[in-house]
Design a binder for this molecule. Structure first.
Ligand code: ARG
Length: 401
């Protein structure tokens, strides 16, 4: 029997050509696997038929949209996951769910090897291969673009020569990756980091310069999970989709950063993540009223470390799993409503209510009804400042000697 290789298939030129390219180079049969993580565009059936038309012996398509929303986007929201404080981990969280389906397909179809279309310069190759090694330690990995020298020009020539059912138009100057959590655009004109992004780069967001009338939305959370918008119960996937639409119309969630890739390169990235950024803002504000101070401070550092691990391809690692345990536990009381206004590129919280709030009006108020005993403050401050005061006395004594 021929060896079998499972290929992560997007339906685009590179991975369509990779089907025949891999078969020619290895003599193996290729099984194309396409995973829907809410990237939009063509139907999965169209993508499936194209894979078969390009020579795949089998084509497996998975609708992973709810799985991706529930098991990848929601944990990122609970962590307030932003790599380097900016990037909501759009591509980083989609690779592990794709890996799960690749490994599952490899088992079903008796494949020995998994292939992906990444280059050798990015993070995604690491995320795919570390994930595959972890979930399928016996599986081998190949990357035709990186390891079998499949360049864009060769891909176009190959597609034309073999009459593959794919349009081989002039290269889009940008490398784009998108899913329901957001969209990433890089390369081309953006590689000059002084160049401002042009309008054509954006797809999930409208320009915030001429926004429609302000849009006020109430987001309901139960233990950190978004469960309703304006009182209408929705699944996490539906909440993200609806906020992509509403926050996107207001230009919320445009991000322009130079970020540190795992492979040591600094790279310029444009992201748009209207739903993700509106949700993270709302969620953080709900945590502000429901999580105790020291717990919240520590959680912020956990969330940062969690984001670095996820960015760096360690989704399935023991440390990431242990931090998930901490984050999950922290969400016990993160329930309630956040009201926010979406307008002109911003998502601004203007109201919060929660049955599990720690906000105590009678402690906070400066009006009548104050229950805070101000006379305790003086002694507290004397003791709180004691250590610094003793050290400063020592500094002055030594300086005077
Ligand atoms: N730099 C981002 C990341 O590493 C986005 C990568 C987008 N991938 C792509 N093939 N365009 O997560």
């Amino acid at each position: 029997m021929k060896d079998r290789i499972v290929l992560a298939y997007s339906g685009g030129l590179d991975t369509s050509v990779a089907i025949g390219w891999i078969a020619d180079a290895t003599g193996a049969e290729v099984i194309a696997v396409a995973v829907d993580v809410g990237q939009g565009g063509e139907s999965l059936e169209t993508v499936r038929q194209r894979a078969l038309g390009c020579g795949a012996v089998e084509a497996y398509v998975a609708d992973a949209r709810d799985e991706f929303a529930n098991e990848y986007c929601v944990p990122t929201l609970k962590a307030n996951g932003l790599y380097q404080g900016h990037y909501p981990l759009v591509s980083a969280i989609s690779r592990p769910v794709i890996v799960k389906h690749l490994v599952k397909a490899a088992r079903e179809f008796g494949a020995t090897t998994v292939a992906h279309g990444c280059t050798g310069k990015g993070n995604d190759q690491v995320r795919f291969e570390v994930g595959i090694q972890t979930l399928g330690p016996d599986l081998k990995c190949i990357a035709p673009v990186r390891d079998l020298a499949l360049t864009r020009d060769k891909a176009i020539a190959y597609a034309e020569e073999k009459h593959l059912p794919i349009v081989t138009t002039k290269k889009n100057p940008y490398s784009i990756d998108q899913n329901v959590w957001g969209r990433a655009v890089e390369t081309g004109y953006l590689e000059d980091i002084w160049n401002a992004p042009t309008k054509d780069i954006y797809d999930y967001t409208q320009s915030p310069e001429f926004p429609p009338a302000p849009d006020e939305v109430t987001i309901t959370f139960k233990q950190g999970v978004p469960t309703a918008l304006d009182g209408v119960e929705l699944t996490p996937l539906q909440v993200i989709q609806e906020l992509n639409r509403r926050a996107g119309a207001q230009g919320v969630g445009r991000i322009d950063v130079v970020e540190d890739r795992l492979v040591g390169i600094k790279s310029r990235e444009i992201y748009e993540a209207p739903g993700a950024m509106a949700l993270i803002t709302a969620h953080k504000h709900l945590e502000d009223v429901t999580i105790e101070r020291e717990h919240a401070r520590f959680k912020a550092t956990v969330g940062q470390r969690w984001s670095e691990l996820v960015y760096d391809g360690q989704w399935f690692s023991p440390l990431k799993r242990a931090l998930d345990g901490f984050i999950e536990d922290s969400q016990q009381y993160v329930s309630g409503d956040i009201r926010m206004t979406l307008h002109g590129g911003q998502a601004i919280v203007n109201g919060r209510r929660s049955d599990t709030s720690l906000y105590d009006f009678s402690l906070a108020t400066y009006d009548t009804g104050d229950t805070f005993d101000q006379s305790s403050a003086k002694g507290f401050i004397d003791i709180w400042g004691m250590a610094s005061k003793v050290a400063s006395g020592r500094d002055q004594r030594v300086a005077g000697e």
